[in-house]
Design a protein around this ligand. Sequence first.
Ligand SMILES: C[S@@+](CC[C@H](N)C(=O)[O-])C[C@H]1O[C@@H](n2cnc3c(N)ncnc32)[C@H](O)[C@@H]1O
Length: 200
Amino acid sequence: MGFMTEHHPHFLANRHDYVPAAGHDALLPGYDLLTRVLGMNQVYDALVAQAGLSAGQRVVEIGCGTGNLTVRAKAACPGAEIVGTDPDPRALRRAERKAKSLAGVRFERAYAQELPFDDGEFDTALSSMMLHHLDETTQAAALCELFRVLKPGARAHIVDVRGDALPRLLRAAGFDCATAGSGRLRLAGQVTRFRATRPV
Ligand SMILES: C[S@@+](CC[C@H](N)C(=O)[O-])C[C@H]1O[C@@H](n2cnc3c(N)ncnc32)[C@H](O)[C@@H]1O
């Protein structure tokens, strides 16, 4: 997460064109424990409740990391079909292991700013703690991609730290945007949930 991703000492410098979930590959095995300690499970559950998924919906998650939100969304709505995407193959391997007994969940390697999906493929999009990993230009590109892959009338449900720029960027991408809730995470501080609707 962002508070762990900045100002690395040299030995923890990133070798990727993305910031991994825990800030560095070597820390990934501890990521799920970290999310539990921070209280992320409540954040995931609030976002899933906000999304109000229903059976038969096609759902995409951008920046799914190790698949924690993906799996919780599937548990809340077993009839939904969910695709988790992330550029980090190591995180995706962990996500695949977590979801191996679940039908209707798959993972695909993808950057949020370059989604490998057709226009209007999805009924719902989810994103947790991912957008703050991107600079503002890339965030804007990712939100345009999200808009493109959602059906008219469909919604994206997003939670993040440092979400100040998101309403403006969501509106610039074409979404109607509302703040849906907020809370505080241990160590990471304020998190805000957004509901973004692609107008019909
Ligand atoms: C803090 S983790 C959050 C993971 C998961 N959503 C969660 O809440 O546990 C941020 C994730 O964003 C991913 N990420 C970084 N750059 C990305 C990009 N350009 N497109 C999509 N995901 C990206 C990282 O690989 C990482 O898995």
